[in-house]
Write a protein of this length. Structure first.
Length: 403
């Protein structure tokens, strides 16, 4: 993989450089609640701008349906980049249309433009190679060089991640180089005991990694939305909790293999439940009830791990030498459901393990809950991406940079 340092050494002054970032940040309306992913790509943007490149930053945000949707505009992210750089940043109100073409044409050496959400275009995420390719052609017209630095999206075979680098000279940015360096160490040389904590909401995306982790980890702790598919697989009722029904046989297989291999699977023993999802805007008191994990009422939803589970998980992490954590333990955005995530973060800090926290929401949770991000070994900007890397899968966005 060629890195941005080689590009800088060759000289980029006057060249239009397309930076594929992951600016998929959590938003409360138009307010960014955690700008970690924006700060993570700044070293690349700054270095290019300082070298006189005309920088075109592009990203997805959320999962709009292939058409413009103001709720997913990148405008707040563009503004934040400008604030952090201390310069004016142009914002194009489309991705490859008139506004983008004009914004890029108006760039002078060292200036930065941000184009609108890549996923406002159906071609970005299309499964059809030709449709994706056609969109990649339009993106390619905006630039002379491609720098891949959206680590959080490298597991997506999307036009800007996979097809565009094939059309332009391409390099890996600083963030991708750092992320890959740390995760490589984890796959090749994890000190034992190696504990993995999995939670979050993108359950179907993330269950598959367990198959691989059964070969690598000594302990697997399950929380967040993922826990309920495991509890159901053990024969417990989970009420209206998040459930991946079609994965139950696979999960039963994981539990069986773990027992055979001596890998310890740790599941919640108690959970916080409620009849309704909390209001994340008003943060009105949710008054959850604590119930045993095998006694979730039919009309209730599990939204955080309970106090006994918090203690149990802390004890299972205390003597670990390596911990990889992906996915919050509960709906941490609401204070009544943040204790499980806080307890795991604290346990990581209390242990002397090398700790890697992976995932946009997990990293945001750590910072929003007031922990010092520098106290962790590494905070990865990629959730699904870091898990698929650990699985040993070929990631389209990395493969494209290697070719
Ligand atoms: N029990 C639960 N029920 C529903 N949602 C939950 C539950 N526990 C956690 N969540 C939600 O999971 C979300 C984060 O999950 P996600 O899988 O996206 O994490 P991530 O890996 O850190 O992020 P990403 O994959 O986007 O980088 C949070 O918004 C949180 O509210
Ligand atoms: O949040 C993430 O994990 C990345 O930004 C990728 O987003 P996606 O899961 O919507 O592709």
């Amino acid at each position: 993989m060629k890195t941005i340092d080689e590009l800088l050494a060759d000289g980029v002054a006057g060249k239009r450089v397309f930076v594929r970032a992951d600016l998929n940040v959590p938003l409360d309306g138009t307010t960014i609640t955690d700008d970690g992913r924006i700060r993570a790509v700044l070293p690349t943007v700054k270095a290019l701008a300082a070298a006189g490149a005309r920088v075109v930053v592009a990203s997805h945000l959320g999962r709009p349906k292939g058409a413009p949707d103001p709720a997913f505009s990148l405008a707040p992210a563009a503004q934040r980049i400008g604030e952090l750089l201390g310069t004016d940043v142009r914002f194009a109100t489309d991705t490859v249309g008139e506004s983008a073409t004009a914004a890029v044409a108006a760039l002078t050496d060292g200036q930065v433009a941000v184009v609108e959400n890549l996923r406002f275009n159906a071609g970005e995420t299309s499964k059809d190679d030709a449709e994706r390719g056609a969109f990649a052609d339009q993106l390619a017209a905006l630039a002379d060089v491609y720098v891949g630095d959206g680590f959080g999206a490298v597991h997506r075979k999307h036009a800007s991640v996979f097809d565009l680098p094939a059309r332009l000279p391409h390099y890996a940015g600083y963030l991708i180089a750092t992320e890959v360096g740390v995760l490589k160490k984890l796959t090749e040389d994890a000190k034992r005991p190696y504990a993995v904590v999995l939670g979050g909401a993108k359950v179907s995306d993330k269950l598959g990694v367990i198959d691989h982790l059964l070969e690598k980890a000594d302990r697997i702790l399950i929380g967040g939305g993922m826990a309920y598919t495991f509890l159901k697989a053990q024969g417990h009722e989970v009420g209206i909790s998040l459930l991946q029904e079609d994965q139950i046989p696979a999960v039963q297989g994981y539990l069986k293999r773990a027992a055979e291999r001596g890998v310890e699977f740790v599941l919640p023993v108690d959970v916080l439940v409620s009849g309704e999802f909390p209001d994340l805007k008003t943060k009105a008191p949710a008054n959850p009830t604590t119930v045993a994990a095998d006694a979730i009422p039919a009309d209730q939803e599990g939204l955080d791990i309970g106090p006994e589970t918090r203690k149990l998980y802390a004890s299972k992490l205390a003597d670990a030498a390596t911990v990889f954590w992906n996915g919050p333990m509960g709906v941490f955005e609401h204070p009544d459901y943040a204790e499980g995530t806080k307890a795991v973060a604290q346990a990581l800090l209390d242990s002397s393990a090398f700790t890697v926290v992976g995932g946009g929401d997990s990293a945001a949770a750590v910072r929003i809950l007031g922990f010092d991000e520098n106290a962790f070994g590494h905070i990865s900007t990629g959730g699904g991406a870091s898990l698929e890397y650990l699985e040993g899968k070929t990631l389209p966005g990395l493969a494209a940079l290697e070719n």
